[in-house]
Design a protein around this ligand. Structure first.
Ligand SMILES: [Fe+2]
Length: 204
């Protein structure tokens, strides 16, 4: 297999693994907040597909190792609306979970204070969107990127704490930090599984 193709597949696998981590941690976080198992599972599934709109973004932009230009960033931002459209157009998804999935796709980059990609009224975001959104940031920080190494758990929690009152409401940040502290072994298990999977892929 040509090296370039393998590298693209490796990048795609990283993309999938991160979405799996967002799904799993979102579900666990939702359970810790008192959501019932069914609702927590729905939030986890929404976490799995939250970036599905990226499948319609030009790979040259999606996987660009350098900083995006303003024009490229505007294109990247559309993955939220595209994801919502993909979910809404899908058949055979029950209406209740379709709304959760579509809202998570569309609003996971919106901020508690009204900032973010497109801007929504301050304090408007549904709780389940915030659950996936803060988990997404946690997983992104813990993951290595072309432009940064994987951040340690404690550094990531400190960063999330710094976002309280702006990107996230203070309550969800406090809850996530408490949850992550209690579930650190479980969260690290996700990372360990990823390392194991990546090591198997490199041997193939
Ligand atoms: Fe996203």
């Amino acid at each position: 297999m040509p090296l370039q193709v393998y590298n693209e597949l490796q990048t795609y696998n990283d993309f999938c693994n991160e979405n799996l981590a967002v799904a799993r941690i979102s579900e666990l976080f939702a359970l810790s907040l008192g959501h019932c198992t069914i609702h927590a599972r729905q939030i986890g599934i929404a976490g799995l597909v939250h970036d599905i709109g990226k499948t319609l973004i030009d790979p040259a932009i999606l996987y660009k190792p350098d900083k995006l230009t303003m024009e490229e960033f505007e294109i990247m931002k559309t993955h939220t609306k595209l994801g919502s459209q993909i979910v809404f157009s899908a058949r055979h998804i029950p209406k209740e979970i379709k709304i959760i999935m579509a809202n998570v796709c569309e609003f996971h980059h919106e901020w508690h204070n009204g900032g973010g990609y497109w801007g929504v009224p301050a304090g408007w975001l549904p709780g389940y969107v915030s659950i996936v959104a803060i988990t997404d940031v946690y997983v992104a920080c813990r993951s290595a990127r072309a432009y940064k190494p994987s951040w340690p758990h404690e550094q990531t929690l400190a960063y999330l704490t710094s976002l309280a009152g702006t990107q996230f409401c203070s309550g969800i940040v406090d809850s996530f930090v408490r949850f992550a502290g209690n579930q650190e072994n479980e969260l690290m298990g996700v990372t360990a599984e990823r390392r194991e999977l990546e090591s198997c892929e490199q041997k193939d």
